[in-house]
Ligand binder design. Structure first.
Ligand SMILES: [Fe+2]
Ligand SMILES: [Fe+2]
Length: 267
């Protein structure tokens, strides 16, 4: 029997993942990260993580092929749809980071939990910033349909931390490093300076998230006595349903610890 009377970190994470209200989930994610940092939660894994996180009734989730066109890039509707799509990505990213810590924390250790709870807190902040921007544009999260596929990668890799790290931070989050600079340029050219600043801040944080994933992945490979690049390539070809396509943002990827010879061979 444990003499530790603090709540377990896994129970706190699970409760946050099950929260359906987006604002409350974002607040709860930041609170779990803070409570963990302050030593208020025990390193204990006495509950399992949910297969599906809680989510609100809206946005309606549609398969990628059924998503409505965003309209002309410069149109008001097209602009709002972009921010809505980004807000949805950050909303799902909160649960992705929480699930990483809560599902794999026991085998990966306290530093891993610290790292991914800090990521969850960042994602919650990103979601809050984008939600505020949407409201400034007269819209809100839930006003448009959203992409249904974002949790698929988590579900497919729920049994294997190496597969999860290979696909979620090192492929999906790394993809954000490639596409965000062009979005920043476009948004700035449209005169939306506050939007451009939000995206630049998110890009900085995402470089750290990818680096965090890549570092823990390298640790796992070492523990398994495997070559990092070989393990990554085999897991990506097995678990990632899309294709890795250039152009790559080589400098941001390098800053995140992904060398060109790692991903160039897979593309
Ligand atoms: Fe993010
Ligand atoms: Fe991220």
């Amino acid at each position: 029997m444990s003499l530790d009377h603090r709540p377990s970190v896994s129970a706190a994470i699970r409760a946050t993942m099950l929260e359906c209200n987006p604002h409350r989930k974002a607040m709860a994610a930041r609170k779990v990260a803070r409570d963990w940092r302050l030593g208020r939660l025990a390193f204990e894994f006495d509950v399992t993580m949910p297969d599906q996180p809680g989510r609100p009734d809206v946005p309606e989730l549609l398969p990628p092929g059924r998503m409505p066109k965003r309209g002309k890039a410069g149109s008001e509707r097209g602009r709002i749809a972009l921010w809505h799509a980004l807000a949805h990505i950050e909303f799902v990213a909160i649960d992705l980071a929480l699930d990483m810590a809560g599902r794999f924390g026991a085998e990966m250790g306290e530093q891993f939990v610290s790292d991914f709870l800090a990521v969850a807190a960042d994602e919650a902040m990103h979601f809050a910033l984008l939600g505020r921007h949407l409201r400034a544009l007269g819209s809100h999260y839930g006003a448009y349909p959203a992409h249904a596929g974002l949790w698929t990668a988590a579900h497919d890799t729920r049994h294997d931390v190496a597969a999860r790290l290979a696909v979620v931070p090192m492929v999906l989050e790394a993809r954000a490093l490639d596409v965000t600079p062009a979005t920043v340029e476009r948004v700035r050219a449209q005169g939306d300076e506050s939007g451009a600043r939000i995206l630049e801040r998110i890009l900085d944080d995402e470089i750290r998230h990818v680096r965090c994933g890549a570092n823990h992945f390298a640790d796992v490979a070492k523990r398994l006595d495997l070559v990092t690049a070989d393990l990554w390539k085999s897991l990506v070809s097995r678990y990632f349903r899309g294709t890795l396509k250039p152009p790559f943002n080589d400098s941001a990827r390098l800053a995140a610890g992904l060398s060109r010879d790692l991903y160039a061979g897979v593309a």
